[in-house]
Design a protein around this ligand. Sequence first.
Ligand code: OAD
Length: 276
Amino acid sequence: MIATLNASLIDRLRRAQHLAVFTGAGMSAESGIPTFRDRLTGLWAHTDPTEVATPQAFRRDPQRVWDWHVHLASTVGAAQPNAGHKAIAELAGKQPRLSVVTQNIDSLHQAAGSRDVIELHGNLFRLKPFIDEDAAFAAAEPPVICRVCDGYAAWRDCDPWASREDFARLRLAAGPVPCCPCCRARLRPDVVWFNEMLDPQVLDAAMNAVDACDAMLCIGASLEVEPAASLPWRALRRGATVIEINPQPTTLTPHVTALPGTAAQVLPQLLATVWN
Ligand code: OAD
């Protein structure tokens, strides 16, 4: 039984009609994936994100950025969902409505069985074209949308025989940066880098879930990156019951019910206490 959960809170969670689960890198820490901002082990403790995770870095040195993501994918691809991911997937069967909104790019919620996961920052295992709008519109002829990768292309460069299936077969893997089989645009991981906007449709879906929820679990997020960081605040302002699960305090902690602990420890206990 979790000490800080009083009877009224348990009751509010039990009666919630729509539970939103919002997760950050801490959710997957116990699956062996480093977080970003841990001072010793975080990804950004040893690597300057402007060197490997910005469109400018890709323009400057695409191979370096590609290789860094391939290396990251070797850790992420080997990871398995932890007890926290599994508890969230199980919750779907116990709640009238559950939305999972994640900042993680690792597919572990889906691997645990969660469905319709809203991936705010994309997915490491999908590819998309690198769109260099300046270059595309500086060309003599206006660009077209490539029918295979949906990037900007000069129609003269397009291979009429290339198909979407050829594109779908390409993977994030060691080797040279791949190109779209049709328009030859360089491909990149479909993740949100620094200095990039979130996909507006994905952000919209996340905001709709937050606006509709009457309870939210905020798990393993430092709340230092916008616009994702504003989602628990938005839920709180709309009157939802917000519970934070994190071994470290955040700016949100004083305003919500905080369950200090790790995702893999606290979530199964929470599930057992409230929903079983
Ligand atoms: P951070 O690395 O900023 O924060 C991780 C949070 O997880 C911290 O608050 C930790 O205290 C907490 N934590 C660590 N271990 C945990 C565990 N086992 N259980 C629960 N919580 C734990 O990661 P994010 O907040 O996800 O963006 O960072 C947000 C974004 O910054 C990422 O999505 C990424 C990064 O730059 C992009 O890639 C666009």
